[in-house]
Design a protein around this ligand. Structure first.
Ligand code: MN
Length: 233
């Protein structure tokens, strides 16, 4: 006799550009403080080559392109952070930098929605970032493009709110490259196919409110559009 005592949750997945077959998502890892200009605007004291640190968002926090992310509870300062997203095709532990790109399925665009006021409380009290970062609907991620098609090079990264550019940089400014992030993360966790990594945000983060329309772009990848909805009741 097999089965489940309650209905199993659905498998989260992301669409892939050019095919109807989807990428199943296992975990969503995120990198903190990966663009120096953003570290500076947050008044952080991290140095340029401080080791990267990581946190996670639940896979079911993903919101798809064209979707709505309801304004989350418990905050008066919801921030956008546009980020390059890396999708892992081949897992491993202690992956060398030199071969890290062989583990990448493809790339997409994400927004690390952040309850900045709750993150500030956590920082001050030495608490985990969980409450500021890992809430429901906190991980809008667009369609993936296979690396076999788009390659691994640096790209311009931008975010607009209601058509006004808020963030405009290039992934060349990442403190830790995609290959270095994979190498470092795989020292701490065994990576698996289906893992995705949000690679940190450049400067220009700011608040959004219900009704705002966010457009997140990484040059050459599928654009992600998400609307902030009214707070769920
Ligand atoms: Mn972030």
């Amino acid at each position: 006799m097999t089965g489940f005592v309650v209905t199993p949750p659905p498998q989260t997945s992301l669409p892939v550009v050019g095919t109807s077959v989807r990428f199943p998502v296992r975990r969503v890892y995120c990198v903190g403080r990966n663009y120096l200009a953003h570290v500076r605007e947050m008044k952080g004291n991290a140095d340029e080559r401080d080791p990267p640190f990581f946190f996670q968002k639940p896979a079911d926090a993903i919101v798809h392109d064209g979707g709505v992310s309801p304004y989350p509870p418990g905050t008066a300062d919801l921030h956008h952070e546009v980020e390059l997203v890396v999708a892992i095709a081949k897992g491993g532990r202690n992956i060398p930098v030199q071969s890290a790109h062989e583990h990448v399925y493809g790339y997409g665009v994400g927004v690390d929605l952040t309850r900045r006021d709750l993150q500030a409380v956590a920082k001050n009290k030495g608490w985990p970032w969980e409450m500021g970062k890992s809430f429901d609907h906190s991980a809008p991620i667009g369609a993936l493009s296979p690396a076999a098609v788009v390659g691994h090079g640096s790209r311009r990264i931008r975010l607009k709110v209601n058509g006004v550019v808020r963030q405009d940089s290039t992934t060349e400014h990442m403190t830790w490259s995609v290959a270095e992030i994979i190498a470092e993360l795989s020292k701490q966790y065994e990576l698996h196919a289906g893992d995705v990594i949000m690679t940190g945000t450049p400067e220009g983060v700011g608040a959004v409110v219900a009704g705002d329309r966010i457009e997140a772009e990484v040059e050459g990848l599928a654009t992600l559009t998400v609307t902030i909805g009214p707070e769920a009741t």
